[in-house]
Design a protein around this ligand. Structure first.
Ligand SMILES: [Zn+2]
Length: 399
C-alpha cells in the first residue's frame, strides 16, 4: 500500500507568546513536522508544494492550555447519586461531551484527579488509540482517602501503611498515571472539617514512595496548614487547594519547590451556591468566608514565591468545565501578571505534571499543541476565550 507522508506545516503567526521567556515575538513562522515543532523562524516565503501553509498573521499563538485539576464527570447540575445511576455508556457519552468542550476552549491536556472508578483511565486509553476525541489525559483513577475521609464516596478508603501501599500498587497496576490522595477534610463531604489533616505523614510518605518508585507523581488535597506541612514532609509533588494555608504552609511549599493548584473558582462557586448545593443534596461544611480566606491564602503563596499550576476542580459539585479563564483571572487579581497567570496553565502546569520537556511552551522539539487567538491575552486574559484555531499534536482540531 502506498504510504502518504504528511507535508510539514508552515504556520505564520502575528505574535508568539513565549511563556518561558515572557516575551511576545512578532511575525513568526512555526514549522511543524508530524507532531513536533521543528523550527521557529521569521516569516519567509515557503514553497506551497513543500508545506501546508496556515496564515494567522493577524493572530496570536499560545501553547495548548493545561488544566491540572479536573474530575471527568459533571456534577454541576447533578447529584453524585444521580450520576451513579447512569449506565457506563451514558457516562462515556457525558465524558465525551466534556472532552469536546475542552478542545473547543483550547485545553489540549488535562489531569484528572479523582474519578468514581477508573473511567478516566479507560477514556485516556481510548483517546490515545484515536477512538475518541479529546485532550490528552493524565489520569489518577480514584483518589485514596482515610476511612470516612473527605470525598470518601468516590474514593478508595485505605488506612495504615500496608493498606495504602497495597492500594497504591493496585492503582498503578490498573494504569493510573498519577496518584491523588486526600490529605485533609474538605467542604463537600458531610461532617468533614476542612482544617483537620487526614492521613499520617508516615502513610502519605508510603504512598509517595510507591508512586515515585513507579515514576508517578502524587497530588495531595490539603486545605489547612497542618495538612500542607504533612504533604510537604511526605514529599508530594503538588498540593491541591490550600484554602486555609497560613504563612508556614506557603513558606514550606516555596522552599521545597512544590506546586500549588489553587482551584479558586471551585471554592468561589461553593461559597455562593448554598441554595443550589441543598438542591443537589450536598450539605456544605464551610464558613461563609471560604472564598475570601482562599484568596488571602493564594495571595500569600504568590508573595512567598510558590509556583502555581492552574486547576479548576471542574466536574466537582457546582463547578462546570468552562471556567479556566475565570481561574486565571483570579490569579491575576491575586497578584500575578497576565503572562504569569498564563504560565500557570501552560509551562507551570506541564512542569507540575512532569511533562515540561514536551509540553507547556512553544519551543523547537516540543509537541505542537497550539491555540490561535484573535486577540492578545496579555492585554486581557479574556482573550483566551476568543479562539480562532486549535492544534493538538500538530493536527488542527478546531478552526
Ligand atoms: Zn478535586
Amino acid at each position: 500500500m502506498k504510504q502518504y507522508v504528511l507535508k510539514p506545516k508552515y504556520i505564520k503567526v502575528g505574535g508568539l507568546i513565549d511563556v518561558v521567556k515572557k516575551t511576545v515575538t512578532e511575525g513568526v513562522a512555526l514549522i511543524v513536522e508530524e507532531e513536533v515543532i521543528t523550527r521557529i523562524e521569521p516569516i519567509g516565503k515557503p514553497d506551497p508544494k513543500k508545506y501546508r501553509i496556515y496564515d494567522y498573521t493577524k493572530k496570536f499563538v499560545i501553547p495548548g492550555l493545561i488544566n491540572t485539576h479536573v474530575h471527568l464527570f459533571n456534577l454541576e447540575n447533578r447529584s453524585l447519586q444521580q450520576y451513579n445511576e447512569l449506565s457506563v455508556v451514558e457516562k462515556v457519552f457525558h465524558a465525551s461531551e466534556i472532552l469536546t468542550q475542552y478542545l473547543d476552549q483550547g485545553v489540549t491536556y488535562i489531569r484528572t484527579v479523582g474519578c468514581n472508578g477508573t473511567l478516566d483511565i479507560d477514556i485516556k486509553r481510548a483517546i490515545a488509540k484515536g477512538l475518541m476525541e479529546g485532550p490528552e489525559i493524565m489520569a489518577a483513577g480514584p483518589a485514596l482517602c482515610i476511612t470516612g475521609g473527605d470525598s470518601w464516596k468516590w474514593s478508595i478508603e485505605a488506612d495504615g501503611v500496608d493498606a495504602v501501599r497495597h492500594e497504591t500498587r493496585k492503582l498503578i497496576k490498573r494504569g493510573a498515571d498519577v496518584i491523588k490522595v486526600i490529605g485533609s477534610g474538605g467542604v463537600l463531604t458531610k461532617d468533614s472539617n476542612p482544617n483537620v489533616a487526614q492521613y499520617t505523614v508516615e502513610e502519605l510518605r508510603t504512598i509517595v514512595e510507591e508512586a515515585h518508585m513507579a515514576g508517578l507523581k502524587v497530588a495531595c488535597h490539603a486545605f489547612g496548614s497542618q495538612a500542607v506541612l504533612n504533604a510537604v514532609a511526605a514529599g508530594v509533588d503538588s498540593v491541591e487547594h490550600g484554602v486555609y494555608m497560613c504563612e508556614d504552609g506557603a513558606k514550606a511549599l516555596a522552599k521545597n519547590h512544590i506546586y500549588l493548584v489553587p482551584t479558586l473558582v471551585c471554592e468561589s462557586n461553593i461559597a455562593k451556591s448554598n441554595k443550589k448545593a441543598r438542591m443537589l443534596g450536598i450539605e456544605l461544611a464551610h464558613a461563609p468566608s471560604l472564598h475570601e480566606e482562599h484568596l488571602k491564602s493564594i495571595q500569600r503563596a504568590i508573595e512567598y514565591g510558590v509556583t502555581l499550576a492552574a486547576g479548576t476542580d471542574s466536574g466537582s459539585p457546582l463547578t462546570g468545565h468552562d471556567v479556566l479563564v475565570d481561574e486565571l483571572k483570579m490569579y491575576n487579581a491575586c497578584g500575578l501578571d497576565p503572562i504569569d497567570a498564563l504560565a500557570t496553565a501552560t509551562i507551570n502546569a506541564a512542569n507540575c505534571l512532569g511533562i515540561g520537556d514536551q509540553y507547556g511552551s512553544i519551543e523547537v522539539g516540543k509537541i505542537a499543541d497550539l491555540v490561535i487567538l484573535n486577540k492578545n491575552p496579555l492585554k486581557d486574559l479574556a482573550a483566551i476565550t476568543s479562539i480562532h484555531a486549535v492544534f493538538k499534536k500538530g493536527k488542527r482540531v478546531r478552526s
